[in-house]
Design a protein around this ligand. Structure first.
Ligand SMILES: NC(=O)c1ccc[n+]([C@@H]2O[C@H](COP(=O)([O-])OP(=O)(O)OC[C@H]3O[C@@H](n4cnc5c(N)ncnc54)[C@H](OP(=O)(O)O)[C@@H]3O)[C@@H](O)[C@H]2O)c1
Length: 316
């Protein structure tokens, strides 16, 4: 049950464009039909000599999405949607699922996960409960439809691209890929590290470019697991700081206890503005501990970049 006619919802966005790039790279090889859903039509997205049209849908109206999926005989819907407003995010992603389930050709759906494991993290990072909401309906549909419907959650870890933020090389801005800037732990431009805990927790990191390649390869698997777990590397922050020191020189390292982070969050309610501090808390508590195997790395032929290769590429 491989994927051939694929719609990427939110494919004009940060991670979405990496998913589209990964698919376009193998479009010819696997004879894929790829479309990008967006709130507004725009020029085709192109990569590696292939392109995909950007088709307008109204995410507030599932029949508008359904029409496009039906007209294109889509078999796989990949959500890379995001919104700063939690209610909006849940509504638009739920409407996308409703539309997908109404189209007989659709047999695969992937919600917008792109984190370690939202179900394991939601208690520490309240924002992530917006991602969790879709798993109950997905499991229900899977139970009803059996092998004619599959879903998977693409679990990536943190994007290592953020560790090249502020890179001064002439093409340094390219290190972020399509992602929006998100200051996180390392500020190598200013040789600073703001470490959650004692830096000994091991964490999964993925380059956004690798995530795109991994996800494209997963669309060509015969069977989808409920979780598709990928890594480019798996390291402690202390190991990463040691690698970075060899490249940029001494780094001013600040370690933070749970109490330090709680004080920094202050009394404000959870918001995207201090999302990174909630991530820090979850790291300190061990919620990012990797408990399941990297089943994507084990099943596809993609060679990811290591943290050392990534840091050397941008900071040597
Ligand atoms: N693990 C990590 O380090 C990490 C980092 C960043 C993001 N993520 C995750 O990756 C996923 C995608 O995030 P992203 O940063 O790539 O998303 P993004 O670029 O902010 O948004 C993705 C797309 O959603 C579409 N969209 C539809 N309705 C929207 C609305 N009402 N408001 C805003 N956008 C709307 C937009 O496409 P149109 O304008 O074309 O409609 C937008 O380009 C999310 O699940 C996010 O949590 C993970």
């Amino acid at each position: 049950m491989k994927s051939q006619r694929i719609a990427v919802a939110g494919g004009t966005g940060g991670i979405g464009q990496h998913v589209v790039d990964g698919l376009l790279e193998v479009k010819e090889k696997y004879s894929l039909h790829i479309i990008v859903l967006s709130r507004s039509a725009s020029a085709d997205l192109s990569f590696a000599g292939s392109s995909a049209p950007v088709i307008a849908v109204d995410y507030s109206d599932s029949t508008s999405i359904e029409k496009v999926l039906r007209e294109n005989q889509i078999d796989t819907v990949l959500s890379t949607l995001s919104s700063h407003d939690p209610e909006t995010f849940m509504t638009i992603q739920s409407n996308l699922l409703t539309a997908a389930l109404n189209v007989p050709s659709v047999h695969r759906f992937s919600p917008s996960e792109y984190t370690h494991d939202s179900e394991a993290l939601a208690e520490s990072i309240p924002f992530l409960s917006t991602k969790v909401a879709i798993y109950e309906p997905l499991r229900k549909v899977k139970a009803e439809r059996g092998s004619s419907f599959e879903f998977t959650s693409f679990q990536t870890g943190a994007f290592m691209n953020y560790f090249a933020l502020g890179n001064p090389k002439p093409d340094g801005a390219k290190a972020l890929g399509h992602l929006a800037p998100f200051p996180f732990v390392l500020d190598l431009k200013n040789r600073k590290a703001d470490i959650p805990g004692d830096g000994q927790r091991r964490m999964v990191f993925t380059a956004a470019e690798d995530a795109g390649k991994f996800i494209a390869a997963v669309t060509q698997l015969d069977k989808w697991e409920e979780r598709s777990i990928m890594k480019s590397d798996w390291l402690t922050f202390n190991e990463i700081v040691d690698m970075a020191k060899d490249l940029v020189g001494p780094i001013d390292v600040q370690y933070n206890t749970l109490e330090d982070i709680t004080a920094r969050i202050g009394g404000s309610p959870p918001s995207m503005a201090n999302l990174y501090l909630f991530i820090y808390q979850a790291i300190i508590k061990g919620d990012y501990e990797q408990k399941r195997p990297f089943n994507v790395n084990d099943s596809v032929d993609v060679k990811p970049i290591s943290m050392k290769e990534f840091l050397t590429k941008w900071w040597a």
